[in-house]
Design a protein around this ligand. Structure first.
Ligand SMILES: [Fe+2]
Ligand SMILES: [Fe+2]
Length: 161
């Protein structure tokens, strides 16, 4: 991989983080009342972690000489679809779990791609991936789902790397 390709991977990850921040914070603000304290905490704490991820990705991009994507118009263009703002708390959890699945798959793929060329970025992606798995588990647990995600995707990405 070239440095520019690594920067593109980092920016691609940043898009997912910026989308997650906006979507989760919207959900956090819109579930009101003591009945939803658990849900509020899940949305808020996940969003705060995504902010940290967006920041460390930007720092890595800067260090590699790239420009962190931060223009929201460009971010949404890159994301290519609308954010999900359902009214029902379970629907919120479902769309957020889906976003975490996307993140888990993208980070898993990115780790395989940079594995042999950029060990620092690889470690960064691995650290973030571990947190995303925790988020998936939080959303899935709220919904009463036993497994937050499946590992079979990893083999697919390994084969493609
Ligand atoms: Fe994240
Ligand atoms: Fe996450």
């Amino acid at each position: 991989m070239t440095t520019n390709e690594v920067i593109d991977l980092l920016n691609h990850a940043r898009v997912l983080e910026l989308v997650a921040i906006t979507q989760y914070m919207n959900h956090y603000y819109r579930v009101k009342g003591s009945t939803y304290e658990e849900a509020q905490e899940i949305f808020k704490s996940a969003a705060m972690m995504e902010m940290k991820h967006a920041e460390v990705l930007a720092e890595r991009i800067n260090l590699l000489g790239g420009d962190p994507l931060s223009d929201l118009n460009k971010v949404m263009q890159h994301y290519g679809k609308a954010l999900s703002f359902p009214d029902d708390v379970n629907e919120m959890m479902k769309v957020d779990l889906s976003l975490e699945h996307t993140a888990i798959n993208e980070y898993t793929s990115a780790i395989a791609k940079v594995a042999n060329t950029d060990p620092v970025t690889r470690r960064l992606f691995e650290e973030i991936l571990e947190v995303e798995e925790g988020h998936a588990d939080s959303f899935a647990s709220y919904l009463g789902e036993k497994a937050a995600f499946e590992l079979q995707e990893f083999k697919k990405y390994q084969a493609a790397a």
